[in-house]
Design a protein around this ligand. Sequence first.
Ligand code: G3I
Ligand code: 9MR
Ligand code: ZN
Length: 540
Amino acid sequence: MNQIEARSITVNQIGYPSGDKKFAIFTEPYESFQITSESGEIFFSGTTSDSFEDKISGKTLCTGDFSTLTTCGTYQVKTNNSVSSLFEISDKPYQNLHHGLLKAFYYFRCGMELDKHYAGPWKHLACHTSKGIVYGEPDRKLDSSGGWHDAGDYGKYTVAAAKAIADLILAYEFYPDAFKRPIPIPETDNLMPDVLHECRYELEWLFKMQDEHTGGVFHKLTTLKFPGLDVMPEDDLAELYFSPISSTATGTFTAIMAVAARVYNPFDSSFSERCLHASILAADWLTNNPDFPGFKNPSEVTTGEYGDYQDSDERFWAMAELYRTTGNKKYHASLKQLVLEPFEKYSLGWKHVGGYGTLAYLLTNQTDVDASLYTELKAGLIEEANVLVTQSDMDGFLISLKENQYIWGSNMLVMNHAMILLVAYHFTGNTKYEAAALEHLHYILGRNVHDISFVTGFGDRSVMHHHHRPSVADKVADPVPGLLSGGPDRGLNDDYVKEHLRGLAPAQCFVDHEDSYSTNEVTIYWNSPAVFVVSHWTSK
Ligand code: G3I
Ligand code: 9MR
Ligand code: ZN
């Protein structure tokens, strides 16, 4: 295994905001610790908390609190026999990280050359520019180019795209100040923020996923099988196929086009109208297809399925966004019916999207909402956040994942939970939610049992070998930067981890190896909630 040894002192390898709580977490039972400069000057001495056996990480843990150290500088934590990563205490430690996480979407772009000027060594030629075949209609070929690759593979999937855009646009709506600095990208014009230019690149592709005859939306656009891991995007020349229309794809498409219609309107009213038109056509398809079977890959297609048998959450999100954008009462009536269905109301996944619908309703003009539904959804959100705070307080690494939540893409859950906490902070002003959200970021950036920063290029021990075809194939030593790895998955869902990680504690089920797609892949919709979370501290 090419896993590096974890140190027994874990910290956020980027650093801590000066005014916030600061904990180091030790994976051995130390009694005391110091905070020093790199040259050894002591700035803080403290004793650790009592140590305890932690089932989730499989380690004996204790904590060191150095919150009272607020002087900006570069430090490390020391014990009698170990030294942590260097990290900063600073007023705004996450500016570069924010930029990197956002820039990552440019690196995911498909259908255009990534020019050296913007992409540096990670440049590559235009890819996937040919027409796609509509599966089952061999003579029907449609333009399919553009958008972002989904992940470490080159597929493009509607529900995944919708979650990614939703998070980025929510980040922009909650924290516009975090998006003032140009990335820059080829479209930078200082008129519209770059985050909206970047999302438009994906939206322009998404339009192509809508079937012009019915308004329904194709579930995905991929080759029949995955190319090899060492294939650059421009060398992946197999035929592309539009998989059949699904109600989950059409629901999320309706929702995200309604979002776009609203958010782009001040910048480009004709683009906004196109989005609204597409959204309404898709909504009509939903009305005409009330009982639609869940999506399954056609037999010849073996790429990512994004299967989902429940579409009431997608339909709810669609109606909530159309209502927020248009104020049309028919959408209000629909969403009030759909909300009665038994789906998760606060989830922000690619599969469970009810949380986006809830957020849309809570952000709808106050004069237009049903007071009792509004109150119920808001109280539920706060309750959800309270549960996350309680879980985090009990957790060895201060995050809210339960043992059974160390699943494929667990780092998305970590960031989704932090989003919910930040939204609860937004609605209540209670700083306990904000503080808990920050602990989640510390976990992502190195304060975890692996002593690894899950974001490529950020932190002194960051992921180097993620499952990402361009990074494997491009002959550049460093991985494409700014990408959030999936994180521990106790299900051991690929051959590499089945062979090497058997019997480990849930949080230990991760490996920085390119073959481990179930723990170490990257996706657009794992980066996007991280952009939301980091935006909070970038705009403060
Ligand atoms: O939805 C259930 C939830 O109800 C349950 O409580 C929980 C606990 O087991 O599991 C949840 O299901 C998980 C599901 O994702 C939804 O989150 C499964 O365990 C998990 O195995 C499944 O993993 C997905 C994986 O594909 C396999 O289907 C990942 O979320 C998804 O990100 C990943 O997507 C792939 C694409 O297919 C292809 N492109 C790369 C991408 C990332 O690896
Ligand atoms: O690279 C693929 C990755 O994007 C997917 O998440 C994963 C699960 O669908 O599959 C990966 O492809 C692997 C395939 O499933 C099995 N053979 C090895 C492939 C990796 O090179
Ligand atoms: Zn491509």
